[in-house]
Design a binder for this molecule. Structure first.
Ligand SMILES: Nc1ncnc2c1ncn2[C@@H]1O[C@H](COP(=O)(O)OP(=O)(O)OP(=O)(O)O)[C@@H](O)[C@H]1O
Length: 364
C-alpha cells in the first residue's frame, strides 16, 4: 500500500510544490506553521483541488491534472481526523462509531468494531455522549470512527494539538498500536518533534511549501543538516534499542549494540524494541571515557559529521553501532576537544534528561 503525491498549488504569497511517496506505516508531514502541511493533506482528501499534479492511493488515481481525473472527497475512502474530534454531539460513542462503519463498503471492512474498540481503549465509553468525554477520549473515538469506515488511508491533521501534555501522553500509545496493528497507512501532520519521533515510519519535512527532506524517520531525525531549519532546540536523533532488564532501583536497561542506556522505568517486557529520542542539546561529548561521573549513559562511538550552523553551536553526529546520536556543542568545545571525523568519542547523557514522551515502542 503506497500513497503517491505530487502537487503544485499557488495561493497569493504561497507556492506549494511537493512530491513524495508514503509507504506503509506512518508518514509524518513535519514543518513549521505555514509550511503547507494542511494544504497537502487537503489535496489528498480532495478538499482542495490543486492547480497541477497527481494523487494516487494504492495505485488508484484520485487526482490527475493531465487527464482530468478528480475523485470527489466522499468517494476517496480516506479517513480524516482533525484537531478536535468533530463527533456528533447528539449520538453516543457507540453510535458515532457505527456511523463510521456505515460508510465501509459491505464485505470490504477490514476493521472489526470489537478490535478497534479494544485497541483504542474505548469500551467503557460506548454509552456516553461526546460532552461527557475528555479531549483525549474524544480524539480516540474520532480515530476509531475514521478507522471503522475501513479507509484505504487515514489522514490525521495535528490530532493531538488541542490536548494538554498529560492527555497527549495518554493517547500516544494508542496511536503506536494503530501503527503496529493495522495495515492502514497513515499520513500524520504535526509540528511537534517528539510526536513525530514516537510515531513516524517515514518523515517528509516541509519548509515554505517545498519538501526539504523525505526518508525513514531515524535517517531524517539523525541528519544533522535537517534540524537547523526546524530550530536547533528540536534536534535529536532517534535510536532503536532493546529492553535488557528492569532494575530494582527503578531504571530500565536498554541495549544499543554493545552500548547500554539506563532510563527511568519503561513499561515493556525484556526483549521489546523501544524507540528513544535523545535531544541533541542533552548530549555531552568526551574524547576519553569519563570516570566518576553521575551521568549513567556513556555510549562509545565515532564522530561521523561535524556541522556548523550560523550561531556559536555545531551539531556533531556520533555513530554508535550503526545508529546516529546527535550532540549540539559549542564551536569552542569542538576546538578544545579537537573533534574530527573518524575520531573515537563518548556521547554522554543523564538518564533523567530523556523525556517520557520521547520513549516509544518500535516494531521496525
Ligand atoms: N484558502 C487559502 N487561501 C489563501 N492562502 C491560504 C489558504 N489556505 C492556506 N493558505 C496559506 O498557505 C500557507 C500554508 O498553509 P497550511 O495551512 O497548509 O500550513 P500548515 O503547515 O498546515 O500550518 P499550521 O501548522 O499552522 O497548520 C499559509 O501561508 C497559509 O496562509
Amino acid at each position: 500500500m503506497t500513497v503517491s503525491v505530487s502537487v503544485k498549488h499557488r495561493f497569493s504569497g504561497f507556492d506549494l510544490d511537493v512530491a513524495f511517496e508514503a509507504p506503509a506505516g506512518v508518514t509524518a508531514l513535519f514543518g513549521r506553521s505555514g509550511s503547507g502541511k494542511t494544504t497537502v493533506v487537503q489535496t489528498i482528501a480532495g478538499l482542495l483541488r490543486p492547480e497541477a499534479g497527481q494523487v494516487a492511493v494504492n495505485g488508484k488515481t484520485l487526482f490527475d491534472s493531465k487527464t482530468g481525473v478528480w475523485v470527489p472527497p466522499a468517494k476517496r475512502r480516506i479517513g480524516y481526523v482533525f484537531q478536535e474530534g468533530r463527533l456528533f454531539p447528539h449520538l453516543s460513542v457507540r453510535q458515532n462509531l457505527r456511523y463510521g462503519a456505515w460508510f465501509a463498503k459491505r464485505g470490504s471492512g477490514t476493521a472489526s468494531f470489537d478490535h478497534v474498540v479494544e485497541m483504542l481503549g474505548i469500551a467503557p465509553l460506548l454509552e456516553r455522549r461526546p460532552a461527557a468525554l475528555s479531549g483525549g477520549e474524544k480524539q480516540r473515538v474520532a480515530i476509531g470512527r475514521a478507522l471503522l469506515s475501513s479507509p484505504d488511508l487515514l489522514l490525521m491533521d495535528e490530532p493531538l494539538a488541542a490536548l494538554d501534555e498529560a492527555r497527549k501522553l495518554e493517547i500516544l500509545p494508542y496511536l503506536e498500536r494503530l501503527r503496529d496493528e493495522t495495515a492502514t497507512p497513515m499520513i500524520y501532520v504535526s509540528h511537534t518533534v517528539a510526536e513525530i519521533a514516537r510515531l513516524a515510519t517515514t518523515i517528509v519535512v516541509l519548509n515554505d511549501g517545498k519538501m526539504l527532506r523525505n526518508g525513514p524517520a531515524s535517517q531524517v531525525l539523525g541528519d544533522p543538516a535537517v534540524p537547523f531549519p526546524l530550530g536547533v532546540r528540536g534536534a535529536g536523533a532517534l535510536l532503536t534499542t532493546q529492553v535488557v532488564a528492569h532494575h530494582a532501583d527503578g531504571l530500565t536497561e536498554l541495549s544499543i549494540g554493545a552500548g547500554r542506556l539506563y532510563l527511568p522505568r519503561i513499561n515493556a517486557a525484556a526483549g521489546a524494541r523501544i524507540r528513544v529520542r535523545i535531544a541533541a542539546q542533552d548530549v555531552v561529548l568526551a574524547t576519553r571515557k569519563p570516570q566518576e561521573i553521575s551521568a549513567l549513559n556513556i555510549l562509545e562511538g565515532r564522530v561521523a559529521d561535524v556541522r556548523e550552523g550560523d550561531g556559536p553551536g555545531v551539531m556533531v553526529s556520533v555513530e554508535v553501532d550503526g545508529q546516529t546520536v546527535l550532540s549540539r556543542i559549542t564551536r569552542r568545545s569542538r576546538d578544545a576537544l579537537g573533534l574530527r571525523i573518524g575520531m573515537k568519542c563518548y556521547a554522554i547523557t543523564k538518564s533523567v534528561a530523556v523525556a517520557r514522551d520521547d520513549i516509544g515502542t518500535s516494531v521496525e
